[in-house]
Ligand binder design. Structure first.
Ligand code: ADP
Ligand code: MG
Length: 266
């Protein structure tokens, strides 16, 4: 069976930056056709897990095995991007193709590859636009295009939908689902339990350790959520999809203005 050999195997890794470990004894297999969402509170080790998979953080214990010749691409958090860098959509995607090499004169073949991937993601008409002048959803697509041009088998994404509106989140989720169905394995981290995580085939609840793993319907329980987030939350079922109720909105990344914060005077 093709599912028998994982693309990557995380075999009991512990990762630390000097002090308390960020990850403890984490085990996870990533297989062909997987679409895995990693959820957990801020500081729970989600980005560290991606860094370990990318090889930029070395585990202090355990090991990561990757299939020989595996091609992995990474989409960073949009917040980490310098939007003032003067670059067009086409150039931005080309940098992915050339692995960082600045190319004043791309080859014909490279140009065709950029055009192809932009077409595939429905942003061909934006090729000559500045990346700053795009909507949130378009920007997400550009950075996904930049990762896909390397023809990865596995796509790693850190909080792909944070800071974008609901419509964009749906669009990006739909796009990722299509890519997954066409054979791409995806592992992403997300803060968004109801908008993203509950719709993915497999979830990993992380808080230094793996607290729970499996389909949302079995993993998103009050018990697992309490051990992951340190807070009690109710879970409803809506059309077969779990909905997590968080009365204090601890899961929502959008800051809530306290009602007493009105300016005085005037
Ligand atoms: P998440 O992505 O879930 O918010 P991180 O993986 O970024 O979590 O962080 C996990 C823990 O590791 C946190 O306690 C964080 O403060 C710590 N950490 C992350 N990056 C570094 C770093 N470069 N140096 C020192 N500590 C770090
Ligand atoms: Mg993070």
């Amino acid at each position: 069976m093709s599912r028998s050999t994982p693309l990557m195997s995380i075999d009991g890794i512990t990762c630390a930056y000097g002090g308390e470990p960020a990850l403890v004894n984490v085990r996870l297999d990533i297989r062909r056709e997987d679409f895995i969402g990693v959820v957990g509170p801020s500081g729970s080790g989600k980005t560290t897990l991606l860094r370990a998979l990318l090889g930029s953080v070395a585990p202090v214990a355990g090991a990561i095995r990757r299939q020989k010749g595996l091609s992995v691409a990474y989409v960073p958090q949009v917040e980490a991007i310098d939007w003032n860098f003067p670059i067009t959509v086409g150039e931005c995607v080309l940098v992915g193709r050339s692995a960082g090499r600045i190319l004043p004169w791309p080859t014909k073949r490279e140009k065709a590859e950029v055009a192809d991937v932009l077409e595939r993601l429905g942003i061909a008409s934006l090729e000559n636009r500045h990346i700053r002048d795009l909507s949130g959803g378009q920007q997400q697509r550009v950075f996904i295009a930049r990762a896909l041009i390397r023809r990865p088998q596995l796509l790693l994404m850190d909080e792909p939908t944070s800071g974008v509106d609901l419509t964009t989140r749906h669009e990006v989720l739909h796009l990722l689902d299509e890519l997954n169905r066409s054979g791409l394995s995806i592992l992403l981290t997300t803060h968004d339990l109801n908008g993203i995580a509950a719709h993915l085939p497999t979830l990993v609840c992380l808080n230094q350790e793996v607290i729970g793993m499996g389909p949302p319907g079995t993993v998103l329980t009050p018990e697992v959520l309490e051990r992951t987030y340190g807070a009690r939350m109710e879970v409803l079922q809506h059309a077969g999809i779990p909905v997590v109720l968080d009365p204090y909105d601890r899961l929502n990344v959008v800051p809530i203005k306290p009602s007493h914060a009105h300016p005085r005077g005037h």
